[in-house]
Ligand binder design. Sequence first.
Ligand code: SF4
Length: 351
Amino acid sequence: MNLLGLDQSELMELAVSLGEKPFRGKQLYQQIYARKILNVQQMTDLPLSLRARLSADYILETLQVEQRRASIDGTVKFLFRLQDGQFIETVHIPEERRDTLCISSQVGCDVGCTFCLTAHMGFKRNLKPGEIVGQVLHCILEGLVPESGFNIVFMGMGEPLYNYKNVMKAFRLLTDQQGMDLSHRKITLSTSGVVPVLRKMNAEPQLPNLAISLNATTDQVRNRVMPINRKWPLATLLQACRDFPLDARRRITFEYVLLAGETDSDHDAHRLAHLLKGIPSKVNLIPYNPNPGLPHRRPSDGRVERFREILAANHSLAAFVRRTRGDDISAACGQLAHLTNNGTSGLTTDN
Ligand code: SF4
């Protein structure tokens, strides 16, 4: 069993089951998550006998790096191998103001968005809390990000709300003040629109920021590019967004992939602004990054700018164009794992 992913009460129970006092579990928790020590022998506040038991019967590790690719623009992408031989991806994106880690929540995904390579892998399994936290811990221990003050976005492989229990446990481990103590305001969960779970989130005592992967302005188009829309169409999804409890001055981020000739018209821009009326929102425009085998095209820079202008000038919507990062290292979601799972992983690595 991997100790990474167990919370404080579980580690206290473990300590008791090993014949120790509960506070030993608390010490273990602080060593792992606050001090980020992953070698039990270095936890010198624990008795030697307990360290010996833990070393013999448990493991404590993040994830195994299968590939590490660094882009000329500074982006670093990891392909991690999990204990069962599956692969997931994590991307570190250095930015002027604050770095961002883009992490995965599932191995593969069954939502089936037509613009996404991860969808082509299908769904393999949910990540465990320790595998989610492990992606962040690895990047901290490698020195890519400091111990706090960076963004985390659940925008890697998988639909986080289809792995809600484990994602929220990981969120609590990341933000617990006695442990990793990361700010919940710097963690964003992105969903394709699993409305019943989105509504369930309303009851959480503490929430991450919310991003909605919207990508179309009519049900007809969204049904085609994001089949999940057939279950929870735009009106249902946007009503759930209106009902989502937002802290003062917080906004929901709407991600919008611009697909040439499909979702990038002036009409789409006006419709998008209309759809978001009454929701404190900002829009991230993502010009589609073409992939062989996927049926979409990238719009021209002029079209992207025109779309942004309509949102900003005509409708006073905060709209930003997301720069493409890490093109030279297949940094887009699912590219590396897709290649690896399809047996074409003769890729060069730099680790
Ligand atoms: S975009 Fe996200 S939700 Fe859609 S298939 Fe890809 S990983 Fe799944």
